[in-house]
Write a protein that binds this ligand. Structure first.
Ligand code: ASP
Length: 362
């Protein structure tokens, strides 16, 4: 790695010595897209990583591209950051468990250039389910392995079984359990843990040549029923990549994303000519319409197209404390200008306290 960096530096110094200047390479290592060309490649877009890992996630993908990695290598490297960081309650190690207090992870990968995909669902004890999903794609003729079969397959390929439940996640689960009902033998929780949120991680990568890949990884709904599988490992729902058109990912209430084929629908709308933002908006609108304009959950779509345009829209936004207006939720981008968090659109205002109390824990 150090050697490659060295070579890169030497290459640029050599050019400078010859009096050759390149189109503003900046510290990010790739040339900035030429003004007006409408092409912004390479590009990394992630749904909504936890605040502790946001920048590390997109930077890991960027660094992998700089090292000559494929879009899939880059998306996997980025996903590992979230999967292995115990501070992210929604992904991998340290994530919130299911209703019985253990973790069952879902993940999917989709590779644009060869239109291949792999997935695992309800996988226990493995820190990096995205890598297992990749191996399902690369080493089998199947697309998805679940539960015990997925674990057996992972062990076969040398993955180590580990306890994924951290003390913090266990405490959070216990608080949830203690507050479920007043008619049980638990006293109310001593204190409410204010765990930082975040969602499923969804990483979409477009390289300089226009190839794409995507990865999704999640613990699923926090405190979900044992055996529940969400949209994240479902190709066409939580993730879809078409190398000719674009890529899209969904986070939020997976059941609705599955019913709408959210990822696939967004990509198809881009194929018909919509911009990534318009396509994300279209999917949200479709879901809202199916729920008479009042969905009692959230769903967020991120998308990018082959030219490097991107967008994000959520069904439900959040209230901006300063302006008291509804804004969309954040998503992260890394291009030749570096890492940044942008605010997506939202179709509807956040749910009221009353509405929240009327639905199960989410
Ligand atoms: N979409 C995920 C699922 O339904 C959860 C999330 O994104 O928060 O499993």
């Amino acid at each position: 790695m150090a050697l490659q960096r060295m070579n890169r530096r030497r290459f640029f110094m050599g050019l400078a010595g010859l009096g050759i200047t390149l189109p503003s390479f900046r510290k990010t290592g790739f040339p900035r897209s030429r003004q007006g060309s409408g092409i912004n490649r390479p590009l990394v877009v992630t749904s909504n990583a936890n605040r502790f890992v946001k920048e590390a996630v997109t930077s890991a993908a960027w660094e992998a591209l700089l090292q000559g990695g494929s879009p899939l290598d880059a998306a996997i490297k980025a996903t590992h950051v979230a999967e292995m960081d115990p501070r992210d309650p929604s992904v991998g190690y340290g994530g919130d468990p299911n209703e019985e207090g253990f973790l069952q992870l879902d993940a999917a990968v989709m590779n644009g250039p060869d239109y291949e995909a792999g997935a695992v669902a309800a996988l226990e004890n493995i820190k990096t389910p995205s890598s297992v999903a990749r191996l399902v794609m690369e080493r089998t003729d199947h697309l998805m392995l679940v539960g015990k079969g997925a674990l057996k397959f992972a062990r076969l390929h040398g993955f180590k079984e580990e306890d994924l439940l951290t003390d913090e996640a266990r405490r959070h689960w216990l608080e949830w359990k203690e507050s479920l009902s007043e008619r049980d033998y638990y006293h109310p929780p001593r204190k409410r843990d204010d765990r930082d949120g975040g969602g499923t991680i969804n990483v979409l990568v477009l390289d300089a040549a226009g190839d794409m890949a995507g990865v999704t990884s999640t613990v699923g709904h926090h405190f979900k029923l044992v055996g529940r599988v969400g949209d994240s490992p479902i190709i066409g729902a939580g993730l879809y990549v078409d190398n000719d058109v674009g890529a899209a990912g969904a986070t939020g209430h997976g059941e609705e994303s599955i019913k709408t084929c959210a990822g696939f629908l967004a990509v198809e709308k881009m194929r018909e000519g919509m911009s990534p933002l318009e396509a994300c908006r279209y999917v949200c609108r479709r879901v809202a319409d199916r729920h008479r304009g009042k969905p009692m959950f959230n769903l967020k779509i991120v998308a990018l197209n082959k030219r490097g345009a991107y967008g994000c829209c959520a069904l439900r936004g959040r209230m901006d404390a300063a302006t008291k207006k509804t804004v969309g939720s954040g998503f992260s981008v890394h291009d030749a200008d570096g890492h940044r968090t942008e605010t997506g659109e939202a179709l509807l205002p956040p749910m009221t306290e009353e509405e929240r109390n009327a639905i199960p824990w989410r």
